[in-house]
Write a protein that binds this ligand. Structure first.
Ligand SMILES: [Cu+2]
Length: 467
């Protein structure tokens, strides 16, 4: 089939390309100069975009289209691919126990399908590559929300083209609410918002430039909610930031410019049992953090920063002015938050998965037609994820959340944001990570893959079947 020929062509052709080289095209871009000069909050900043909300999507239409324009902070890119013309796409919000009904229409010049990352849905609603639709087609989704409160997200998941479509602007947040969260007095809108982090390369024509490399896309500027060098006006009080790493490949090392200014309360799978206050949180593609930031006590006109310690940049500037209306939870580090998580234990079966090179799992490149293993419904299993090199590999599993129980080799530890329920876990070089997982919602075909999207598109993905 054509797909296989294309894959072998790509993997053969990329061997000679230097990874992370700065292209000539980019070196000439005015953004490069601006980005290089930025640091310590200097330079022009632009208002953070806060995506609009679609509450209880029922009949909502996600129109996938290309050729849109977007303000990225004082400049406009004109080759956006998007859901309904916006990046980030609308934040969908739905409560546990409700039904979601929406339709994706494909007005892109190539096939696509939309995946609900982190949502526990049956395989017909999961949006994997086997369900992709051609230009002019559509796909209707209809699924119940059966999981706890969390921030998930949606993005394209077609065969071979995921990295490109996400990079050109297709992604949005999906927030699930439930009664446990309701009882915690957490900040809501306008003091709660998604912060979708990513990187991008803007070419000299002012367009988004996506070039795939086997090492992963490495953009030259960072964006928060699609804005380069954003600021956010905040009031003295508590804010709830729902952070998503929406980058193709980049890992962010997040920190605040002040000491002890935040609390980690949740991650991929929702609220955590215990509140922590890590000074730094490294977040890989597709991982989420639920963070409370305390802006109390700062005089008017104070500026604080959300920093990326890996790139040495200030991702987002907070400008404090005035007082918040209402008072919200800001728990002490170490305090208990929720008690609805029942840990998995006593795995019946152990499976080992080796993430090999940049294209394979257990020595195999993805084949849409091949089911690589079967998992009994309702059974607790231990999955051992390992890599020998060519990491990082953020490993994502569809169809169930999992619990990370150990990491050996490499960093040889677990982090506070890896507690509770996860759907994506980072493997750095030489790391072995053990997770416990149980598929107890639906039988059917699901995916496991590297969420470095270039690795995914090159074949570091596998189908399995819950039976
Ligand atoms: Cu990978």
């Amino acid at each position: 089939m054509k797909r296989r020929n294309f894959l072998s062509l790509v993997s053969g052709g990329l061997g000679s390309v230097a990874l992370f080289s700065c292209s000539k095209e980019f070196a000439e871009s005015p953004y490069h100069v601006a980005a290089a000069k930025r640091g310590g909050g200097a330079g022009a900043r632009y208002p953070l975009r806060i995506p609009g909300i679609v509450d209880s999507p029922n009949g909502y239409i996600l129109n996938c289209k290309n050729g849109g324009s977007m303000d990225v902070g004082g400049k406009t890119v004109s080759n956006l691919w998007s859901y309904n013309g916006e990046y980030p796409a609308k934040t969908l919000v739905a409560r546990k126990g409700t039904q979601v009904k929406l339709t994706m229409t494909n007005n892109l010049p190539e096939h696509t399908i939309t995946h609900w990352h982190g949502m526990i849905v049956n395989s017909a609603n999961d949006g994997g590559p086997m369900l992709e639709v051609a230009t002019g087609g559509s796909y209707s989704y209809d699924y119940p929300i059966i999981q706890r409160a969390a921030m998930n997200w949606y993005h394209p998941h077609p065969h071979l083209l995921t990295g490109k479509q996400v990079n050109l602007g297709m992604a949005g947040a999906f927030i699930i609410r439930d009664t446990i969260e309701d009882g915690l007095n957490l900040p809501g809108v306008p003091y709660e918002m998604p912060l979708i982090l990513r990187d991008a390369t803007i070419d000299r024509n002012g367009n988004l430039s996506y070039k795939t490399t086997s090492g992963g896309f490495n953009g030259q500027v960072s964006m928060v909610n699609g804005i380069i060098s954003p600021y956010l006006n905040v009031k003295r009080g508590i804010y709830r930031f729902r952070i998503l790493n929406g980058a193709n490949s980049r890992i962010f090392g997040l920190a605040l410019s002040v000491t002890d200014g935040w609390r980690l309360i949740g991650n991929d799978g929702g609220l955590l049992p215990t509140v922590t206050a890590p000074s730094r949180m490294d977040i890989a593609p597709a991982e989420r953090l639920d963070v409370l930031v305390n802006f109390n006590g700062y005089p008017d006109n104070t500026k604080l920063y959300l920093k990326d310690l890996r790139a040495g940049t200030d991702l987002l500037e907070f400008r404090v002015n005035g007082d918040q209306t209402g008072t919200f939870l800001y728990p002490a580090a170490g305090s208990a938050l929720v008690n609805d998580i029942i840990p998995l234990s006593n795995p019946v079966t152990t499976r080992t998965f080796s993430f090999d090179g940049m294209t394979k799992i257990n020595g195999k490149v993805y084949d849409m037609e091949r089911i690589d293993w079967q998992v009994p419904f309702g059974q607790v299993e231990k999955w051992i994820l390992r890599t020998n090199g060519n990491a990082p590999h953020p490993v994502h599993i569809h169809g169930a959340s999992f619990m990370v129980i150990s990491r050996s080799g490499g960093r040889a530890q677990l982090y506070p944001w890896e507690g509770g329920w996860k759907d994506t876990v980072l493997l750095e070089d030489n790391e072995t990570v053990e997770v416990l997982i149980r598929f107890d919602a639906y039988k059917g075909i699901y995916l496991m893959h590297c969420h470095k999207l270039e690795h995914e598109d090159l074949g570091m993905m596998a189908n399995f079947e819950v039976v």
